[in-house]
Write a protein that binds this ligand. Structure first.
Ligand code: ASP
Length: 446
């Protein structure tokens, strides 16, 4: 049994952590509410001397916070290094000129559209409304849950956000974990490295190495995920009881629905109307990449499969795929952008915070930047969510509300991330006459 657990794939462990945590929390919660305080079943939590229901809640809360802190530890170096790697990999823009600009423009446009889909779906479905009504009858519960993790701030105006994005001291921005300022500094820093040419290369190599190390560190932290998620799920479901089920199920449903709309209606539509191609071979040809993305939740890890699918099944020339796809795996994250839109709205609904039009625009802008800075590794979007929350004054600790189901959300968003990259490679190849339509269409016959 122990051996099976040790050798099990991380995604299986994470889903087990989620299911067991949810079950454990609900079961204990049930005992707490239904059982006579003096009954023998009441003593279940007292098998460990001194451990009461409250004690158990504190232990679970501490375990969850440990995981969240480990994730938060990654934010500053991960964003800084991976964004610089993304920008410096665009050095090829000079060589590839037009193609590079098209790629970047397409990535930005599809990302903005993706966030909008996420926001609209979350506004229509209102996944936070169940928890919101619970919250209304139990004021203070959510603050208690997030207590000590961070302080909540009042929402800054759009203008304040805009003027505050340039850091007057980048070291200060890093020390304070001001993610938006770090992103702006990293963007400018990356552009300056490119401009410095040969002289900038040592720093660029250093950032590459730092990014690799941070990806590895992210993997290490993700090893904690099954246990962290167990604690978070058990803790949240112990506090909320069955009330947690509805909002989380609706949250997962909203994300999957938004991803499906983006993937099939938007990406399929763009392939059809702008690429003048049948979208069916596109989706059929990408099945391998979809499955790998869904199970590994890493678009960087899926990259070799995506390139293979694009070249062998979709007929994209290797010239185009070798440039567009790696760049996409670094900077183009449509699924992550959808996720950030859905989560921000969900959290605002749960916390009963009304967002202004300025807030929505801020969410679109920061989610675009955040998705550019998100590494193509498992769980990276959860880390970047803090940036989006912070930009509209939502408490960062509220990621505790969605962290428990993050793996399930990550599966869908990574699949969409990979699909968005592949779409760009097909469209750009088509516009450059580098798409072999005979290969592309052969999948239509399958
Ligand atoms: N796991 C995603 C990817 O690799 C990133 C994320 O966490 O949103 O594309």
């Amino acid at each position: 049994m122990l051996n099976y657990w040790k050798n099990a794939a991380l995604w299986k462990k994470v889903i087990s952590g989620f299911i067991f945590g949810l079950g454990f929390g609900l079961l204990i919660g049930l005992f707490k509410s239904k059982i006579d305080p003096n009954s023998t079943l009441r003593t279940i939590t007292q098998l460990i001397p001194g451990l009461s229901f409250d004690g158990l809640t504190s232990v679970l809360s501490a375990g969850g916070k440990l995981f969240i802190n480990a994730i938060k530890m990654l934010i500053v170096p991960l964003i800084f290094s991976s964004l610089i790697v993304g920008i410096t990999s665009m050095k090829d823009l000079k060589k590839m000129g037009r193609i590079g600009l098209k790629t970047f423009g397409l990535y930005l446009l599809t990302t903005c559209f993706a966030i909008t889909v996420g926001i609209v779906v979350a506004k229509v479905i209102e996944p936070g409304s169940f928890m919101k009504s619970y919250y209304a009858s139990n004021p203070g519960v959510i603050e208690q849950m997030m207590e000590g993790t961070t302080e909540s701030k009042s929402a800054p105006s759009f203008l304040e956000t805009l003027t505050g994005i340039i850091p007057n001291n980048p070291i200060n921005a890093m020390a304070n974990g001001n993610v938006l300022q770090i992103i702006v500094f990293a963007l400018l820093f990356g552009i300056a490295i490119n401009m410095a040419g040969e002289k900038g290369k040592p720093v660029s190599d250093f950032c590459n190495s730092l990014a690799e190390i941070m990806y590895k560190l992210t993997y290490l932290v993700m090893e904690l995920a099954p246990y962290g998620i167990f604690c978070l799920m058990a803790w949240v479901s112990l506090i909320f009881g069955t009330a947690i089920l509805a909002p989380l199920a609706m949250m997962v449903f909203s994300l999957y629905l938004a991803c499906a709309i983006h993937m099939f209606a938007f990406i399929g539509g763009v392939i059809f109307f702008f690429g003048q191609l049948n979208p069916i071979p596109f989706f059929v040809g990408l099945i391998d990449a979809h499955l790998v993305a869904f199970t590994t939740t890493s678009s960087s890890g899926t990259l070799p499969v995506t390139i293979k699918c694009a070249e062998k099944n979709l007929g994209v020339s290797s010239n185009i795929s070798s440039f567009v796809l790696p760049l996409g795996a670094t900077i183009n994250m449509d699924g992550t952008a959808i996720y950030q839109g859905v989560c921000a709205i969900f959290i605002a609904q749960v916390l009963n915070i009304d967002l202004t039009i300025g807030n929505y625009i801020t969410i679109i802008l920061t989610s675009t930047l955040a998705s550019i800075g998100t590494a193509g590794v498992p769980g990276a979007g959860l880390i970047m969510l803090s940036l989006v929350l912070e930009s509209v004054g939502l408490p960062i600790a509220a990621i505790a509300l969605v962290a428990g189901v993050d793996r399930i959300l990550d599966m869908a968003r990574t699949m969409v991330n990979v699909t968005g990259d592949a779409m760009a490679s097909v469209l750009i190849a088509k516009s450059e006459n580098e798409l072999d339509e005979t290969i592309y269409n052969q999948k239509a016959a399958v």
